[in-house]
Write a protein that binds this ligand. Structure first.
Ligand SMILES: NC(=O)c1ccc[n+]([C@@H]2O[C@H](COP(=O)([O-])OP(=O)(O)OC[C@H]3O[C@@H](n4cnc5c(N)ncnc54)[C@H](O)[C@@H]3O)[C@@H](O)[C@H]2O)c1
Length: 403
């Protein structure tokens, strides 16, 4: 047993098992585990990746003993004494390791989105409730100072009644292009198995709902599949760009435009903006500017230094690190019994666990599935969120999510 007083004093960190060591780990979590102010409270005890080359690469970089490297997470959970796991697998592989870890009495930190489907997200919400353990989902935009300010001012009623909003998040093509070297995603088929909806709309949908607390009622999407299928030598059967229109509670309409096929010459890996229009005001978020623009022989680059900030001495800070770092702090407080019941209820509510974000994204994907296609453009059909919930998780659960 780990001595809690020792852990409180910072000497005994959370014993963490890392499941999945792909691009999100390279971009964010490797910094969190080894080069951030959270490092003293994290001890990576074991790692797991079903891809032997990935496992070897992370194991070598992190100096993980051979006996603590696993291809199978069940074996890792059985053999290694852990406090928590970080599940960094693709969206459709979240549920299995999350359920197994919770069942083993461990707490969990998970990158967004909670799951790829509402059936999986519902199972995860239920598994958290049944296990009595803690789970935090890393929607890092919730820690972005821009989002936090908008949320507080919105709650204070600074702008009157919200009427409409539009959000954009557009990645460079290299993110989705499996021909790009080095490949952005560790899984060669990531772009085919995912879409701008699961990878990007999930961020902006969650940001909008985090700011407003509104739940989605009806979703309709339009998808463009014109660039990705033309890639060579590996073509991707998937969407370049998706425009999702969502009708929220109180009649607010929100457009979320996401894509991952901007030319690689774009001045930022992720170009993003948001606008909210109210009865008595308007708010613009980000406007594609992060306050750091460089010109080099390689071109012009705008860097989101609020997300990830490289400090002298090799430390990395920023809201991309703080969001999962705070979840790990919450895990420690939860394990020590230092979390108030009210805060715990809020942190483990379906909204905080990202349930409605998965719901919105699944509605968007279903809208496209039911739509009509012409020349690489799919005009989606409207999908009613509550009706889909009833169909997928049953009447009683659906009613509870919209109580
Ligand atoms: N890439 C990013 O910047 C980013 C940002 C935010 C959230 N995310 C989310 O992070 C998650 C992982 O995405 P990624 O970009 O790292 O994908 P990735 O394909 O680069 O990496 C996933 C890793 O999980 C491993 N894996 C797959 N199935 C496994 C299993 N059953 N057991 C153990 N390992 C398994 C793969 O081999 C791979 O190494 C996704 O949910 C994604 O939406 C990614």
């Amino acid at each position: 047993m780990v001595d809690l007083a020792q852990r409180r004093s910072g000497r005994t960190p959370v014993r963490l098992g890392v499941i999945g060591t792909g691009s999100v780990v390279r971009e964010i979590y490797e910094h969190l585990y080894f080069h951030s102010r959270y490092r003293p409270m994290i001890r990576v005890e074991a790692i797991c990746d079903s891809d032997a080359a990935q496992l070897e690469s992370a194991g070598t970089r992190w100096k993980v003993p051979q006996g603590r490297r696993y291809l199978d997470y069940d074996a890792m959970l059985q053999e290694v004494e852990l406090d928590a796991v970080a599940v960094n697998t693709p969206d459709d592989v979240h549920r299995g390791p999350v359920e197994a870890a919770l069942k083993a009495g461990l707490d969990v930190v998970l990158p967004k989105p909670t799951a790829g489907t509402i059936v999986d997200a519902h199972a995860i919400v239920e598994a958290v409730r049944e296990s009595g353990r803690f789970l935090g989902v890393d929607f890092h935009k919730r820690e972005d100072p821009v989002t936090k300010e908008a949320r507080s001012r919105y709650a204070a009623g600074a702008y009157g009644r919200l009427q409409a909003a539009q959000f954009q998040m557009l990645d460079r093509l290299l993110v989705a292009d499996p021909n790009h070297s080095p490949r952005f995603f560790a899984s060669a088929d990531f772009a085919r198995r995912n879409s701008p909806v699961s990878f990007l709309t999930s961020h902006m949908a969650d940001t909008f709902m985090f700011i407003t607390g509104l739940r989605p009622l009806e979703v309709r999407a339009v998808g463009y599949s014109q660039k990705l299928p033309s890639l060579e030598p590996i073509a991707v059967d998937g969407y370049d760009l998706v425009d999702t229109t969502v009708l929220f509670e109180t009649g607010v309409i929100c457009h979320i435009l996401t894509g991952w096929s901007l030319p690689n010459a774009a001045d930022c890996l992720t170009v993003q903006s948001g606008r909210l229009v109210f009865t008595d005001g308007m708010v613009d978020l980000w406007q594609n500017q992060y306050g750091y623009r460089e010109i080099t022989a390689a071109g012009i680059e705008s860097r989101n230094v609020l997300f990830k900030n490289f400090e002298p001495g090799g430390m990395v800070s920023g809201y991309g690190i703080d969001c999962p770092g705070r979840i790990l702090e919450n895990i420690i407080r939860f394990r020590e019994g230092g979390m108030e019941a009210e805060e715990q209820t809020d942190l483990l509510s379906p909204a905080t666990l990202g349930f409605y974000t998965t719901l919105l994204c699944e509605c968007a994907l279903l809208s496209l599935e039911r739509g009509s296609r012409a020349e690489g453009v799919v005009a989606g059909a409207p999908v009613e969120a509550k009706a889909l919930l009833v169909e997928r998780v049953g009447e009683a659960a659906a009613r509870a999510y919209y109580a």
